[in-house]
Design a protein around this ligand. Sequence first.
Ligand code: ADP
Ligand code: MG
Length: 405
Amino acid sequence: MKLDTRAMRHLAPDDWKVLAAVEQGSKNHEIVPTTIIERFSRIKGGVSGVHRCISNLAKVGLIAKIKEQKYDGYRLTYGGLDYLALHTHAQKNAVYSVGSRVGVGKESDIMIVADDTGAQKILKIHRLGRISFRTVKTNRDYLKNKPSASWMYLSCLAARKEFAFMTALQEEGFPVPTPIAQSRHTIVMSLVDAPPLRQISSVPDPASLYAELIALLLRFAKHGLIHGDYNEFNILIKDDVTTAEDGIESIKLTPVVIDFPQMISMEHVNAEMYFDRDVECIKRVFARKFHFTSTTPGPFYKDAKKTIGKDGARRLDAVLEASGITKKMAKELEAAIRQEEAEKEANPEAFENEDEEEGSEEEEEDSGEEEGEEEEEEQRVIVIGDDGKIAGVEEMKKLSINDGT
Ligand code: ADP
Ligand code: MG
């Protein structure tokens, strides 16, 4: 279940229309009956044309055939959703080419992409269900434990929520990546050329970085928010070298915070627990990594709570509803994220070495994809190097989208 754009250039305009029809049908049908796909497709060549496209799409795993008691039908796969999202980003000039995967997060794939000027950006693809469907063996999902349509819906919600928060945080001047576009389960954002705190083994002044991170956490609280996963993977550390007039260089470390689908309000029923968990996490990282322990106790939730909205701080926990995510939707998303968290804790090995399980993951029903074809288009997994520079991005592949427009 990783982004694979190889089949994209082989799709014809009618295939795109049929793919869009399956997506449209998915809004009301868990399994979209062929008759519905025919109705939504609006292509010339009638029913047999639609069937040819269905077979093309199924062959490359963008839709999957599901046999049900009452009727046979199709379901969009994560691959199909990826293509539709990339298609939208390409149309809006947010993404022109796709490069390598820089990270596999808990519930996401992180890709380097570029726009048509060559400017590099990050594409985050939300993949809720990836952990659960691999660990919950009893989950009799339609696609041999592949994530169901509802996981895809939740991934779209996660992307919407993350984009809404990133936008609001950016507006308030928080150090976060610049949100650029969102489509379905994906976000395009600015590339932060900085390694996660995880990769940093020493800093000149741990006390000041610690103070800065705690101040940031309290600033979130003042705006009514708790990050909810304030850990060493979600804090990137930029190091800007400045040279003073006397020629002495100094390094200024600036944190940039990422990863917002699990953000919650300071008014959440379990707010105190999540607030304390974020604080503890930072303390633990600094003790372990830099042997630094602050002499100041706290900060404490009850004190932070008193600061909400102070000094004219805009309440950002209201952002979600303003962006059309209802309380019910937010609850569903939260439940899914907690489930994944619990799965991860219970089975940490289940989502490590993702790439090694490639074989089993690719076998979509009806998939006749030829392995090894167009080998030069294999996507290389790259890492953000220790020096904080992104390596290996010369491998960008232009998206070939032939949708007839
Ligand atoms: P997840 O929700 O799956 O944890 P994250 O948003 O935390 O996903 O991203 C996973 C990893 O990808 C991060 O730890 C970081 O290394 C990298 N990453 C994510 N966004 C960016 C960005 N905008 N710039 C640079 N690296 C990023
Ligand atoms: Mg993360």
